[in-house]
Design a protein around this ligand. Structure first.
Ligand SMILES: NC(=O)C1=CN([C@@H]2O[C@H](COP(=O)(O)OP(=O)(O)OC[C@H]3O[C@@H](n4cnc5c(N)ncnc54)[C@H](O)[C@@H]3O)[C@@H](O)[C@H]2O)C=CC1
Ligand SMILES: O=C(O)[C@@H]1CCC=N1
Length: 281
């Protein structure tokens, strides 16, 4: 079951644990949406990353999570899955005392793992955003454990809605498929852009022309996908004149097993999510 909604960013203090690429995108989205920057704190061990966040967004930065989280109603874990357990376990006493809403954007790591590592009994939202969050054009899949109440769900939704659209998932087992589809998905489109550029150059186009043609084609097609209300197959049909150039290309894609290849790629990414959970338990 899914639903989508947007909401104003929460005014309650938020602590980000990890200030890397995705945290930067989310913080940028919150600040751009008018969130009070005095209520945003970031724990980030890398001094240069801290300085960049403080300078760009005016948020308070700390070298350790234990300094950033006290008093924050929402803790957003934005560290790599490989360090999540250690980071969470370092915060168990504070989590037990403060009972924050826990939001994690880590691939694979389950709500039950986060809850266990933080001492148990916590409201946990697992979220999977993607990098277009930087432009407010992202999409985030969200799952809430049974302890998350309506107000906390709104808070998590407001936090991620600053980065784009939100989609709630009722069955946590599907979060690895969300990760494989939209979390990793921008990289698939960038790969397509690379391949189109290279192929255009191979057909004799100058490199700068090839780049503009590939980029604007993907941008225009994405806008038609989101704005036309038409299914992708219909939009594709309208480009494809009988016995024309597009038909020649599409038949080549289909003969090469394009759909099955996409299926295997997303299956592999989904599987890796489960592996990340098991390997870092
Ligand atoms: N990059 C992407 O497209 C997406 C990433 N994610 C998830 O977001 C999480 C972060 O990914 P990125 O931002 O790409 O990685 P990143 O490497 O850019 O950021 C992670 C940050 O955590 C910091 N860190 C390490 N140990 C820490 C500690 N003990 N306390 C506080 N901070 C610490 C690192 O210095 C680094 O700046 C991962 O779990 C990933 O699965 C989710 C959706 C999309
Ligand atoms: O590649 C990864 O594991 C992360 C999660 C989704 C996008 N990047």
């Amino acid at each position: 079951m899914t639903e989508s909604a947007t909401a104003a960013p929460s005014l309650a203090p938020i602590a980000f644990i990890g200030g890397g690429n995705m945290a930067r995108s989310l913080i940028g989205g919150l600040v751009a949406a008018g969130a009070d920057r005095n209520r945003i704190r970031v724990a980030e061990p890398d001094a240069r990353t801290r300085a960049g966040l403080a300078e760009d967004f005016g948020v308070a930065c700390f070298a350790s999570a234990a300094e950033a989280v006290p008093g924050a109603a929402t803790w957003v874990f934005a560290v790599k899955p490989q360090v999540m357990r250690e980071v969470c376990e370092s915060l168990t006493p504070i989590a037990r005392a403060e009972r924050p809403l826990v939001v994690s954007i880590a691939a694979g790591i389950t709500a039950a793992q986060l809850d266990r590592w933080l001492g148990g009994g916590l409201a946990v939202v697992r979220a999977m955003p993607n990098t277009p969050a930087l432009l407010g054009a992202g999409v985030t899949g969200l799952f809430a454990n049974a302890r998350v109440d309506g107000g906390e769900r709104e808070r998590a939704n407001g936090l991620l809605a600053s980065a784009g659209q939100t989609v709630w998932i009722a069955d946590e087992a599907q979060m690895d498929a969300v990760t494989a589809t939209s979390g990793s998905g921008p990289a698939y489109v960038f790969l397509l852009a690379e391949a189109m550029e290279d192929a255009a150059i191979a057909q004799g186009l100058p490199a700068d022309a090839a780049r503009i043609l590939a980029q604007q084609t993907i941008l225009g097609a994405a806008r038609m996908l989101t704005g036309s209300g038409e299914p992708p197959a219909e939009l594709r049909r309208r480009v494809t004149s009988p016995n024309g150039t597009t038909q020649a290309a599409i038949e080549t894609f289909e003969a090469g097993g394009f759909r099955a290849l996409v299926g295997r790629a997303i299956e592999a990414a989904t599987r890796r999510g489960a592996e990340l959970s098991a390997a870092n338990d």
